[in-house]
Write a protein of this length. Sequence first.
Length: 206
Amino acid sequence: MTRYRMILACCLAVGLGGCNWFVPLAFILPDTRKVEPEYAKLVDCKAVVVVWAEPETLYDYPYIRLEASSHIGDRIRANVEGIHLVNARKVEDFIQRTPEAAFNPELVGEHFRADAVVYVELLEFQIRDPESPDLLQGKARAEVTVHDLRSEEDDYGTQELESVELTVPEQPVLYTAAAPTVIRNQTYDKLAELVARKFYEHDEKI
């Protein structure tokens, strides 16, 4: 009888609140955790996203600066409260007219009178492995730095954030006429997600 009461007490402890007494523990425990932003100072400020890419990458993807910064900017804009981001096309037009601005984020920020610049250095970007041209898989690796232009003149604050690395999808897919565009957009979306969530609280799978 004592053993029966102990089992019943355990079942009641799990099943309080009208839940099924025999629900597996995996369905009770949370599978995500809150992650604080690496950099929380973009709230209510004017900012610019600047993407730099290797010359070889620009040769293969001539619009990568505009495309990547547009995706990243859209994700930041949707999740950071009160932020005003300079239009990515305006930034690209300025870099086209002022080539040195591509590797001088503070110059871009000063031109647009921004409070901060999110500088993304694309060290790797590809959707097709040269050794397997019939297979497609997006890969990207980037360094992310924030330049705070609100600091004293000639003494701008710079903060390096954790680097970003991704592969999508997990397994390569066969080449088709439409596949390159799909994989490229998936790679941009994942890159934007990993960069943008550095600036706002988000859930992460445990």
